[in-house]
Design a protein. Structure first.
Ligand code: SF4
Ligand code: MG
Length: 318
């Protein structure tokens, strides 16, 4: 196991009150695994990513009792300077949301690699150049041409591949990718997802892949966590979750996506609505809601190697 997130809660303390963006989230990530975290915007998935990167800033706060073990060490209890020096980018790197804009248009691509290396204490320019070329090749870019280019000369898909290559520069054990292909057209998405899978196979790097698109999660990952209103609703092997979603929210996500649900006449969006504060957070959007769903919050039930937070699977129901 490379990562264990335990009872992670993150809140934003706003003037008008507290927003619980992530609530008591617990999960493990195995070495070499690609795990997708999926949910609509506001489900807490980006906050979860930021917490692992220790990038939660005021008015956000990681609550007492939260733990994130990376190779057995609780990185939340490390000094921030130690985390930045020893872990960030070198052992846990990331591809941020809308990352294509994170490249500097006045710097050649290769200089981004030098810059990243130097700012993490790696100063051997020749070595960085060699590694950068290898990585650009790995993301199927021409290392010489693209290395010399400026970001504005590249397409969105090429820039995204540069960012992925950069995230690999210091040979991390874990990469967190937040909506890494969301801004791209479908054909480019597919191509880049193939590249990411390939990198995972070749290097064994573990990946947490955050997306709002369940068809992307289905394609890239071996396991899926479905989040809603800051909580885990369902967790299981990708194949099983897609074939037989247990949680009504997961089922809704699958039924609203044409590429998974091949029967177009059955495509059906999830009923609109806000997360409920009382009871099950999904109760005002759920077609299967029962009386109890409005009164109390369901716990997580274990059902055939699956975790599901829904009263339909309680002892007296399933
Ligand atoms: Fe629907 Fe109730 Fe299950 Fe929530 S607990 S998902 S409201 S059936
Ligand atoms: Mg987000």
């Amino acid at each position: 196991m490379i990562l264990r997130v335990e009872n992670l809660s993150v809140s934003y303390y706003m003037e008008y009150g507290k927003i619980e963006a992530v609530k008591n989230v617990t999960f493990d990530l195995e070495k070499g695994e690609i795990l997708s975290i999926i949910g609509e915007s506001g489900s807490g998935k980006s906050t979860l990513a930021k917490a692992i990167l220790r990038a939660i800033r005021y008015p956000g706060k990681i609550e007492e009792g939260s733990k994130i073990f990376f190779n057995g060490t609780d990185i939340l209890s490390m000094k921030e300077s130690d985390f930045k020096r020893e872990i960030l980018w070198k052992r846990i790197s990331y591809v941020p949301q809308s990352s294509q804009n994170s490249l500097n248009n006045t710097m050649r691509v290769i200089d981004h690699f030098y810059d990243t290396a130097v700012s993490h204490g790696v100063n051997d320019k020749e070595e960085v150049k060699r590694t950068a070329k290898e990585l650009l090749k790995m993301v199927r870019l021409d290392p010489d041409r693209v290395g010399k280019a400026y970001p504005f000369q590249l397409s969105g898909g090429m820039k995204q591949r540069v960012i992925i290559a950069l995230s690999l520069l210091l040979n991390p054990e874990l990469i967190i990718m937040d909506e890494a292909v969301s801004s791209l057209d479908v054909a480019t998405q597919r191509y880049i997802l193939e590249i990411i899978k390939d990198i995972n196979k070749k290097t064994g790097v573990s990946i947490i892949f955050i997306t709002h698109d369940i068809s992307i999660a289905a394609f890239i990952s071996s396991r899926i966590i479905v989040m809603y209103a800051g909580e885990i609703m369902e967790e299981g092997k990708t194949e099983e979750v897609i074939k037989n979603p247990l949680h009504p929210y997961t089922a809704g996500l699958i039924n609203s996506v044409p590429s998974i649900n091949s029967n177009v006449s059955q495509i059906k969006p999830i009923k609109e609505g806000y997360a409920s504060i009382e009871g099950c957070p999904f109760n005002n959007r759920c077609e299967k809601a029962m009386e109890i769903c409005k009164l109390s919050e369901p716990p997580i039930y274990n059902v055939n190697n699956r975790k599901v937070r829904c009263f339909l699977y309680g002892d007296n129901k399933a």
